[in-house]
Design a protein around this ligand. Structure first.
Ligand code: TRP
Ligand code: ZN
Length: 477
């Protein structure tokens, strides 16, 4: 079926091209193209989320001003995106789910727009040139939605006992700001949030200011390093704040729901220790601050590695803390090129858990690998079998991008590489991979090519074929 946005795009393309061709014919010049824009795509051809992201531009910065009233469940927002056109554009799309759009401007001039599902098509008064940097501002408001993922989990805008929590993996960020919602387009963020006095608003990066006037408090947050939109978060509610520093004065900012305070204290106090260990193993921590957000377990069903400040559903244990901090290197700094590449996030974060245990008096990664392979690691036979259901690099559908094979078999791929190259070269690969794609994106083919480059003369074909891309349980090597 052709979507409405797509039909509009086709019509617009035809209408635009005819006069251009006529003018070229009449004047008798060879019109070079590139002067006349065409609409950008409504997605970036993600294999699992075809409507996620948009074609024709790259966002470099999001400036978001939000005002939220939890009692009324009403959000008012102004989003100003700075972007660069990657082709000449007559129109471009943003992703935005629900909410009412008011005025839209491009370069300060009112722009026409229309909506179809989560696609907001913006038509500037004048075409944008290829490579032109432009600013688009969207005024919007309404009741932000909770999104149910293909796998049944809840993301987007979650209402909590005392406020709200915005979570965005894989597509929930569409529920609270318009943008290019695909991990391949990373940008810096400035977020200004106003909430009723007495509540706090906690986000990624650094808190620049906090000011109360007329019964409302405004918090200003900044994320200077590139961030995929699924890693943006906003927690509104009653939080106990703790500030400290890790190595070299790296700011640690934790926000904990009072109900989770006692249970969280000991584990969160170990954030600097985990980072010190991880920097030794994986290279420099990639962001300019760290911390955690702990909300009530009843309000959120899972943890998420939101950039610089992961979110936890209640007090985390050490393994979960290590997992989410590991993602800061693998997932947040080195981000997936598409949602097919999830094992580069989850397989790595799982393997980092094994390494942490190995370095802290627990079982070796080899012992963990063996127990996972045999099924002994799992409580039930079904859980042990589930990890063989599909190859980690090729989940069968969007509903399964965070299923057990992505985590466990993904981690096993890394261990198989370690067996081939040895501990030292493997350490170099983990550090080198984080450095090679720092603050960027990478896919599975980039990773296999990188490993092969780092270990000339070694043969990884069997690992790729059996462990990464192969169906079923591999023969033990
Ligand atoms: N990334 C989260 C973690 O492991 C888990 C998760 C939550 C997830 N939502 C998801 C993974 C959506 C893939 C897709 O810490
Ligand atoms: Zn994870």
């Amino acid at each position: 079926m052709v979507s409405r946005a797509h039909r509009i795009a086709i019509v617009a393309r035809t209408v635009r091209l005819v006069p251009a061709l006529l003018v070229c014919a009449l004047v008798g010049t060879a019109c070079g193209g590139g002067v006349h824009g065409t609409p950008g795509g409504s997605g970036v051809r993600d294999p699992y989320f075809p409507k996620a992201g948009n074609g024709g531009y790259d966002v470099t910065h999001y400036g978001l001003r939000l005002d939220y009233d939890p009692d009324a469940h009403h959000l008012t927002g102004t989003a100003t995106l700075t972007a660069r056109a990657t082709e000449a554009l007559s129109a471009f799309n943003l992703d935005l789910l629900g909410l009412a759009v008011g005025k839209v401007t491009v370069g300060g001039e009112t722009a026409r727009w229309n909506r179809a599902g989560q696609e907001l098509t913006v038509r500037p008064g004048e075409d944008l040139d290829r490579h032109e940097t432009f600013r688009v501002t969207v005024h919007y408001s309404g009741a932000p939605e909770t999104v149910t993922d293909p796998d049944g989990s809840q993301e987007g805008w979650l209402r909590t006992t005392d406020g709200a929590l915005a979570l965005g993996e894989p597509t929930g960020s569409t529920a609270w700001f318009p943008g290019n919602h695909h991990p391949s387009d990373k940008a810096s963020y400035d977020l200004t949030v106003t909430v009723p006095r007495g509540l706090r608003a906690v986000s990624n990066g650094e808190l620049l200011s906090e000011r109360t006037a007329r019964g409302r408090t405004t918090f200003v947050w900044r994320t200077a390093e590139p961030m995929a939109s699924y890693l943006a978060t906003l927690a509104i509610g009653d939080f106990g704040i703790s500030r400290s520093t890790a190595r070299d004065g790296l700011p640690v900012y934790t926000a904990v729901d009072p109900a989770e305070k006692e249970g969280s204290r000991a584990v969160l106090a170990r954030i600097p220790e985990v980072l010190r260990w991880a920097e030794r193993r994986f290279g420099p921590y990639p962001f300019s601050s760290t911390g955690a957000i702990v909300d009530r377990a009843a309000d959120v069903g899972y943890a998420l590695e939101t950039q610089s400040r992961p979110v936890f559903p209640g007090a985390p244990d050490m393994t979960l803390l290590v997992h989410e901090l590991a993602h800061q290197w693998y997932g947040d700094s080195v981000s997936p090129e598409s949602w097919r590449d999830m094992w580069l996030n989850e397989g790595f974060a799982t393997y980092v858990e094994w390494l942490w245990q190995e370095d802290h008096g627990g079982p070796s990664a080899q012992a963990t690998f063996d127990a996972v392979y045999s099924g002994d690691h799992f409580d039930t036979e079904e859980a042990g079998e589930a990890i063989w259901e599909f190859p980690p690099a090729e989940p069968p559908s969007a509903a399964r991008i965070s299923d057990p094979p992505v985590y466990w078999r993904g981690a096993m791929v890394l261990h198989k590489i370690r067996q081939v190259v040895g501990d030292e070269a493997f350490g170099d690969i983990l550090r080198g991979w984080a450095a090679a794609h720092r603050h960027g994106n990478a896919d599975t083919a980039d990773f296999t090519a990188y490993v092969e480059e780092q270990a000339p003369g070694k043969d990884f074909d069997g690992i790729w074929e059996d462990w990464l891309y192969g169906e079923g349980k591999p023969e033990r090597a």
